[in-house]
Design a protein. Structure first.
Length: 327
């Protein structure tokens, strides 16, 4: 089991230091800030039979069951598949299970993530449990889209913000996890991950720095017409398509912003600044906005596991990209 992340120490002390635990907490903050990790540690702490000063003991029966992922009072609710909603059937099952256990007494913890994908029906079904709490049940709702949640849900929970660390703290932590990387590599990983050290660590494991360099080089060759869209798409089929789409969507935004401000900072990461700066001279804002929406639409389809062929999708993307500068 992992430790509390250094940028969450104060939040952690605040949570476990409460004289009385709330019935429901809503952990919210940017993706990759470590909300899930903290919720897991908090759940283990709440279930532990003999918690130490600041954490679960790790020794009691409860901690052992938790570690084996078989604690009967640890309930988890999530969508059937990533990108899908949390269905009412799950929430009903949860509510029934809570009521049954509550009758036997004892504590139970529910982790529900991501809270923003609850359907309206599900949220209303959950609301009943939040309004008439069973003694001993603690809900830990997690979201990075706080504004998508019903006000009635939010008002029943203690809201706990989980921000990202500042850049210095993020880099210090990341350097400890990845001692073989130099400062430039760490900085780039953090830039690519939007400042999330956890995501940056994952990117390092997935060799994303090399991938990024290859992709940037590929785009340059495409624009110089040294590679055709189909050839480049063929080279990229093994790469994570959603991440590629993220980058292209980001580049659209970079160009749009730069066209307004003429500020190089708005061109994003250094590796693409020359290419995007050049494109910004020719591209119509309207066409860019259209391409941006096209990318996001495909990205959402992929997240919902729509059967799209990566090579064809990437080829269409690259043909569009060339079209932006009139090829
Ligand atoms: Zn314990």
């Amino acid at each position: 089991m992992v430790d509390i992340l250094p940028w969450q120490q104060d939040i952690w002390q605040g949570l476990i230091g409460r004289t009385q635990h709330a019935h429901a907490y809503l952990l919210h903050g940017p993706a990759g800030s470590g909300k899930r990790q903290m919720a897991e540690l908090f759940a283990r702490f709440l279930l532990c039979k003999q918690p130490q000063a600041a954490q679960a003991c790790g020794q009691c029966r409860s901690c052992k069951l938790y570690a084996a992922d078989s604690h009967p009072d640890m309930l988890r609710v999530e969508p059937e598949e990533p990108g899908k909603g949390i269905l009412i059937a799950y929430v009903r099952e949860l509510v029934a299970s809570i009521q049954q256990t509550a009758q036997q007494g004892g504590r139970q913890v529910v982790i529900l993530e991501p809270a923003e994908v609850m359907t309206l029906e599900s949220a209303n079904a959950l609301l009943k449990s939040l309004e008439e709490p069973s003694a001993g049940t603690v809900f830990l709702l997690i979201t990075h889209q706080l504004s998508f949640l019903l006000p009635t849900i939010k008002s029943r929970c203690v809201l706990q913000a989980c921000p990202l660390p500042d850049l210095a703290q993020a880099k210090t932590w990341l350097a400890q996890q990845l001692p073989s990387l130099d400062d430039t590599q760490l900085t780039k990983l953090l830039q690519l991950s939007g400042g999330s050290p956890l995501k940056a660590q994952q990117f390092a494991e997935d060799n994303v720095l090399q991938m990024r360099a290859d992709v940037v080089e590929g785009v340059k060759q495409l624009l110089k017409r040294q590679l055709a869209p189909a050839q480049l798409a063929g080279q990229w089929t093994k790469l994570p398509t959603v991440l590629l789409l993220d980058w292209f969507a980001q580049w659209c935004q970079n160009i749009l912003r730069y066209q307004l401000t003429q500020n190089t900072v708005d061109l994003g990461l250094q590796d693409m600044q020359p290419v995007l700066g050049h494109m910004a001279k020719f591209v119509q804002a309207e066409q860019l906005t259209e391409t941006h929406s096209w990318i996001l639409e495909r990205r959402n389809k992929l997240l919902r596991r729509a059967p799209l062929r990566a090579d064809l999708l990437l080829e269409s993307l690259l043909v569009r990209w060339m079209g932006l500068i009139g090829f």
